[in-house]
Design a protein around this ligand. Structure first.
Ligand code: DGL
Length: 274
């Protein structure tokens, strides 16, 4: 692997741009190749087998683009396909997901705490977080709640208003999340409502740390690149953003997740499979 190779990031759609944005913020010299599988979204309601098949094919495409790292930005794909993608990629690139860096963060900071997770149905029902937290062998109580309305809500541009506040409050009021010390935002889209979630706990007088998996994986990636002397040395980074199905509305929504609107290019990676 060479430091000049790009970083591949993939997601079910454009929500993973929150992760690309976090990476870009702390690693501005790295070139990014982003792929959003808009032809198949949402992954949150798909079967594990379907997500695994999509993820391996996407990893192959990113390898063809000579990526030194493949970062699975999607929590649903991280929970369904990390092991398989890692095995498939082998030594050809380093694979990151958004779950393991969060588990490392928890190991170092949350022994003795009660932790909550919110995410898609796939992420919650996979039980991956529960298993990895229990493997830490620490005194941690773990609870989780699927919050499937949040993705379409954010994609429809409904956030920072009364409707989003009501939906967020309804979910966070769920008794399963009572008395947590920290809440893991286990979905690409949730950084967009980070502040609203914070406000909920603040206004209910609860001190709850919000763990944003986009930030934890960006920090882990930076340490990995530095430690392995794989950080890009140039200042001529070029980012490319691909999707499997282009619509103008997807392109417009990139602003919500990336901060600025980016140009999306369609690549037909599924043609050979259909
Ligand atoms: N990217 C997905 C995740 O982080 C959310 C959107 C979807 O369900 O595809 O789980």
């Amino acid at each position: 692997m060479k430091s000049s190779q790009p970083i591949g990031i993939f997601d079910s759609g454009i929500g993973g741009l929150t992760v690309a944005r976090a990476v870009k913020k702390i690693l501005p010299n790295e070139s990014i190749i982003y792929f959003g599988d808009t032809a198949h979204l949402p992954y949150g309601d798909k079967s594990t087998a379907a997500i695994q098949a999509y993820s391996v094919r996407i990893a192959e495409m990113l390898l063809q683009h000579k990526c030194k790292v493949i970062l699975i930005a999607c929590n649903s794909a991280s929970s369904a396909a990390y092991d398989l993608v890692t095995e498939y990629v082998g030594k050809r690139a380093k694979v990151f997901d958004v779950i393991n860096p969060t588990i490392d963060f928890i190991r170092e900071n949350h022994n003795g705490d009660k932790l909550g997770l919110i995410g898609t149905k796939q992420t919650v029902s996979s039980g991956v977080y529960a298993r990895k937290i229990s493997d830490l062998n620490q005194d941690i109580e773990f609870v989780s709640l699927a919050t499937p309305l949040l993705v379409p809500m954010i994609e429809e541009g409904i956030y920072e208003d009364e409707i989003s506040r009501n939906i967020i409050n309804k979910y966070l009021n769920d008794p399963v999340l009572s008395n947590i010390n920290a809440l893991i935002l286990g979905c690409t889209h949730y950084p967009i409502i980070h502040q609203e979630i914070k406000n909920y706990f603040y206004s209910s007088n609860k001190e709850v740390e919000i763990i944003d998996s986009a930030d934890t994986v960006a920090r882990a990636l930076k340490s990995y690149l530095e430690y392995n002397q794989l950080s890009s040395k140039g200042s001529d980074a070029v980012d490319k953003f691909f999707v499997s199905d282009f619509t103008e509305s997807f392109e417009q929504t990139t602003k919500t997740f990336f901060g600025t609107e980016v140009h999306l290019e369609q690549i037909p990676i599924w043609d050979e499979l259909t």
